[in-house]
Design a protein around this ligand. Structure first.
Ligand code: PLP
Length: 435
């Protein structure tokens, strides 16, 4: 007798369940590979949602979590502390600019940004500067999915239903650039002069400027130059406004250095970290601020405290995973520091002459390019889904962002494995676009 399959009760994120193909069931993850229930092995070319910097099921991180789980799994983080959190905070500060001093814990990239936003806002309130109520953000930026973080990254089309809920910001153009871009200086000048004129006319109104430094992720892997980051830092600080770096995606080696701030030699006042923090094992985020910001909350006045918490704030298992992950990153930092060369070499070899591509850009462990199409393809539209399916048919997990294809594999990938990804990517593109 034929048994009828019950629909799954699971509601998947970022998916139009009616039109999307059914989700693929994953049985196991190992390094760069995902083993599906149907027996197929696919290569995770994007480190899942950009989190698995070491690949899947990294044994040392698994061991660290197991060992910590036998000592202390969780405890309220107000009024209590523990070694895993203290150890992690001290460790992560070693890789950040010296002005960053105090580490606040939360659970994911969105909350890291929400915390940064509230922290920056209350900083001015605590200093009795009640006029500063507005944020400056960048066009096509993305900072997460709460109402606050959507407001800071509201150019994403997916936020349309919530438009009226979002608060107002002043947006400036992000000077996205690529190989051979002749207009980059003009674009940078335009961004900086727009910012300068906002500051000159209403500088006293601003809380902070928030940016995804060097690379806007979800906005399409749009990259800007180090020089722009340096000019931006100078300008924002000249006007005494706070600078927030959302390094949720760019952190932990993605830009080829530990952090985009290290690569650009710039110093934000607040930095947001998550994604690669635990190597993809557990949700955890850090928002790290300067001593000056912390001191504005440090007071006899209870109202000046930062009243923000989550039940799982500072979870010891996640802290143990993050500490183990950072130690591993330290041991194999040449992998992420050298990956850009491999990306460039294999791109040139397999896709360098492809007539359907433009706007090649790379930074550290990420390479991206746009596919030339008649219209800008939407993530959910036919071409987006066709491309994703075509990559899957070649055994690759690649999720184009509109017409942008990007590769950001785990750092444990071998050169021959990376080359195979490029070779297969070239096959998919020529099959789809030459047709
Ligand atoms: C730059 C940036 N900020 C924030 C977020 C939100 O992080 P999460 O999905 O962990 O909430 C993302 C996620 O893609 C991101 O890329």
């Amino acid at each position: 007798m034929k048994t009828q399959q019950m629909p799954s009760p699971v509601w998947h994120p970022f998916t139009q369940a009616k039109t999307a193909p059914p989700p693929l069931k994953v049985r196991r993850g190992n390094g760069i590979y995902l083993e599906l229930e149907d027996g197929r092995n696919i290569v995770d070319c994007i480190s899942s949602w950009w989190v698995n910097v070491h690949g899947h099921s990294q044994p040392e991180i698994a061991k660290a979590i197991y060992e910590q789980s036998q000592i202390l799994e969780h405890v309220i983080f107000a009024g209590f502390t523990h070694d895993p959190a203290e150890r992690l905070a001290n460790e992560v500060l070693k890789y950040l600019p010296a002005n960053l001093a105090k580490v606040f814990f939360s659970d994911n990239g969105t909350t890291a940004v929400e915390v940064a936003m509230k922290m920056a806002y209350q900083f001015w309130q605590n200093k009795d500067n009640k006029e500063r109520v507005k944020f400056v953000n960048f066009d096509q930026g993305y900072h997460g999915e709460t109402v606050g973080s959507m407001s800071l990254g509201k150019s994403t089309a997916f936020f349309k239903p919530f438009e009226k809920l979002l608060f107002e910001t002043d947006s400036i153009p992000f000077p996205a650039t690529w190989e051979g871009d002749k207009d980059v200086h003009l674009k940078e000048e335009e961004s900086l002069s727009k910012l300068k004129s906002l500051f000159a006319t209403q500088g006293q109104r601003y809380v902070a400027v928030i940016i995804e430094p060097l690379i806007q992720g979800a906005g399409g892997m749009r990259m800007c130059r180090i020089e722009f980051m340096q000019e931006l830092e100078k300008l924002v600080h000249e006007y005494g406004i706070l600078l927030i770096y959302d390094e949720v995606m760019t952190g932990f080696g993605r830009t080829g250095d530990w952090f985009a701030c290290a690569k650009s030699k710039t110093r934000p006042d607040i930095i947001c970290l998550s994604k690669g923090l635990t190597g993809g094992f557990l949700p955890l985020a850090l928002t790290i601020a300067t001593e000056e910001i912390y001191q504005s909350f440090y007071s006899d006045d209870i109202q000046k405290a930062f009243f923000h918490s989550h039940s799982y704030t500072g979870n010891p298992l996640a802290c143990a995973a993050a500490y183990a992950s950072i130690k591993l990153l330290n041991d194999m930092q040449n992998n992420f520091k050298d990956m850009a060369k491999l990306h460039q070499m294999f791109f040139q070899k397999w896709l360098g002459n492809c007539q359907f591509l433009e706007k090649l850009r790379y930074c550290g462990t990420i390479l991206a390019f746009d596919v030339i199409t008649d219209e800008r393809t939407h993530y959910f539209n036919a071409l987006g889904l066709t491309m994703r399916q075509a990559f899957l048919d070649e055994g690759l997990l690649i999720r184009p962002l509109g017409n942008t294809i990007y590769l950001m594999p785990p750092y444990c990938i071998r050169a021959d494995e990376l080359e195979l990804i490029y070779k297969k990517t070239a096959t998919v593109i020529s099959k789809l676009l030459a047709a």
